[in-house]
Design a protein around this ligand. Structure first.
Ligand SMILES: [Fe+2]
Ligand SMILES: [Fe+2]
Length: 200
């Protein structure tokens, strides 16, 4: 929807943005694309390890698949947004792919609760990050309807991420062994990822 509207109007390039505003848009789209890429590979790793778990873990497949399907939609949307807003992607894509897959597969291999603790930690950081970005966009979205649509997309995705967070908690995230340690390590890794993806 957003993509076709941008293609039809083809007007974003004509918006007069200050260098600071342009920088906000560049960093927002680059970091969110990187985050959604990493999220997809986390769920790919979770799915791999869940299936490896055999019949005992079969009940988790549908749960992981549902969240993964939403992440696929998020990533596809940000792939289009990179193009439409002429933003270069992060140079660290191979790192997010490898780190995401490893994080998803290793925590899932530790058990369902650890897999859910990973999702809880990731979605907490991502949800807060989307909130910050939405606040920044609201300051100058009046400059163009496409910026309003970008903010609405961020809100929709933020809500999806918070739904994943609730799902993870409902499925035992906080009963994971060493929950506090897992949350701190994974949350810290995600915050570092956000910082790096904005820059590189
Ligand atoms: Fe996502
Ligand atoms: Fe998510």
């Amino acid at each position: 929807m957003l993509r076709s509207s941008l293609r039809n109007l083809n007007a974003y390039k004509n918006i007069k943005l200050s260098p600071t505003q342009r920088d906000v848009i560049d960093r927002l789209i680059r970091v969110d694309h990187a985050g959604e890429l990493g999220a997809n590979w986390i769920y790919a790793g979770q799915m791999y390890a869940t299936k490896k778990g055999g019949a005992e873990r079969a009940a988790e497949i549908e749960l992981v698949q549902h969240m993964w399907d939403q992440e696929k939609h998020h990533l596809k949307t940000f792939n289009h947004l990179l193009e439409d807003f002429k933003v270069r992607p992060t140079a660290l894509s191979p790192v997010w792919i490898a780190a995401g897959w490893f994080m998803g597969a290793s925590t899932t291999a530790m058990g369902k609760e650890s897999a859910m603790a990973c999702t809880e930690a990731v979605e907490t950081v991502i949800g807060e990050h989307y909130d910050d970005q939405i606040d920044q966009l609201k300051k100058f979205e009046h400059l163009h309807p496409d910026l309003v649509k970008l903010r609405q997309t961020c809100e929709q995705f933020r809500d999806d991420e918070l739904e994943h967070l609730d799902t993870a908690v409902d499925h035992g995230a906080q009963q994971a062994p060493a929950h506090a340690l897992l949350s701190a390590v994974i949350g810290g890794a995600c915050k570092f990822g956000v910082w790096a993806a904005e820059k590189v």
